[in-house]
Structures are given as C-alpha cells and as structure tokens.
Ligand binder design. Structure first.
Ligand code: HEM
Length: 215
C-alpha cells in the first residue's frame, strides 16, 4: 500500500516524519470486500454442514425450479384429459402430472412411483380418482366417482389433501376439465382386487376415515 505526505499533519506528529495516510477505499471495493467475506462465510457454513449432515444446506431441502416457477406463476392452468396424458412420465423431458377429483398435481419428485416402471405409473397423466379408493387399478382408472359412499369420497379427498399439502414433494399446477359423465352409462362395477384397498391404504399410510399421508 502506498503512503502519501499529509500537509495538514501537525508538526512533530509521527516523530518528524511524514505521516502515512490511508488512501480512501472506493465504495465498489468495499462492497466487493463485504461480498467476499459473505461468500467465505456461506462456503464455510456449507462445508461444515457437509461434514456434519452430508449435505451443504443443513438438511434444508431446496425447492425444485418447477415449484419456484409455479409459485411465481398461477397454479390455475387448465388441462384437457388429452393434454394431461402428455405428462404421464413417458417423456423424460416433461414433468409428471396426475389428477384427482379435477385437481392436477406435479408429482415429478415421485418419479420412482409414477414414472414408467413405477408401481403407481397408472395414476400418471390422468384423473383416476375412483381407483384411489377402490384399489381397482385396471378397471377404475377413471374420474367417475358415481355410486361411491360419502366415506369413500372422503377417502379420495384425503389423497387429494396428501398431494396438496401432505407431501412436500408435490404441488398443485391446475385443473383438468372432464366431459360431463352421461348418467345413462353404467357405473364401473366392483373388481376383485378392490378387497386390497384398505390393506393398501394402511400400507401406504392412508385411511379413508382419517387425514391422509403416505410414504
Ligand atoms: C387402494 C389401494 C392403494 C392405493 C390407492 C395406493 C396408493 C399409493 C400411492 C399413490 C403411493 C405413492 C405415494 C407417494 O407418492 O409418496 C403408494 C406407495 C406405497 N404403497 Fe400403495 N396403494 C394402495 C395399495 C397398496 C397395497 C395393497 C400395498 C401393499 C400391500 C401398498 C404398499 C405401498 C408401499 C410399500 C408404498 C411405498 C412404496 C415405496 O416406498 O417404494 N399399497 N401407494
């Protein structure tokens, strides 16, 4: 650092020698210094967290970019059933969406369940509300909930709550608009494997009579 002669310095100050004067630090340099210190502190905190927790964020899970975008933009996108079908996970460049009682959710974080090869892939890209409570994963992949009891409908709604706020992984992106169901068409008949529904809800941590959550 250079020194300059200070003409205003009192005689005798500095034992007769010219007193060194610090040149003024420009504002930009001060900002840069502060940023440097902050960056170092953040890096040190991240490194410490990595040593303790095995991650840089003190176990805080950063929201996905899709979720941030969705928060900024509206979650009122309207889908036709055909549009929704494009988000069934078969195209890896697209998010995975599923619907339940008309609400469309982004479940990309659950790709291992809902993507191709996942145990619940059949729920992706459609509104299969009925199957959520009957467990008929082949014949009840429909939004048609006619003929179900109020308890069963509550059970479906519990799943909807699970996707809305019961799981940090998923979030709502919009609504799917279905054609009205012709009341003259037959109600989907029960299936044999529906008996496993209650068992399955217990296994997945859900219940038709209590608030839903799942693994
Ligand atoms: C009505 C019947 C059922 C429904 C609607 C259902 C639905 C689901 C859903 C949607 C998930 C994924 C949850 C998530 O996204 O986090 C899930 C996970 C799971 N379900 Fe089911 N399920 C049913 C039946 C069963 C049955 C019968 C079993 C076992 C006997 C079972 C065992 C599991 C297990 C173990 C997981 C966690 C999977 C894992 O961690 O890889 N479920 N279930």
């Amino acid at each position: 650092m250079s020194t300059r002669y200070d003409p205003k310095a009192k005689p005798g100050a500095g034992r007769g020698r010219a007193r060194p004067v610090e040149p003024p630090v420009p504002l930009l340099a001060k900002i840069m210094q502060t940023l440097q210190v902050l960056t170092l502190m953040v890096a040190a905190a991240g490194a410490l967290s990595y040593m303790i927790n095995g991650n840089f964020t003190w176990n805080y899970k950063l929201p996905s970019w899709r979720r941030i975008q969705n928060t900024w933009m509206s979650s009122d996108r309207i889908f036709t059933p055909e549009e929704l079908k494009q988000y069934d996970g078969t195209d890896p460049s697209k998010p995975i969406y599923l619907a339940i009682m008309g609400d469309v959710f982004d479940v990309t974080e659950g790709r291992s369940y809902y993507g191709p090869g996942g145990g619940y892939h059949f729920f992706a890209g459609r509104d299969a509300a009925r199957a959520y409570i009957t467990g008929c994963f082949q014949t009840h992949l429909t939004h048609d909930i006619r003929g179900l009891t109020p308890d069963q409908i509550k059970g479906i709604d519990d799943w909807r709550q699970f996707y809305t706020s019961g799981s940090e992984k998923y979030f709502k992106v919009g609504r799917v608009v279905h054609e009205p169901i012709d009341p003259n068409t037959p109600i989907p008949p029960p299936c044999d494997d529906g008996a496993s529904a209650e068992q399955g809800q217990a296994a997945a941590g859900t219940s038709s009579s209590s608030s839903s959550s799942s693994s």
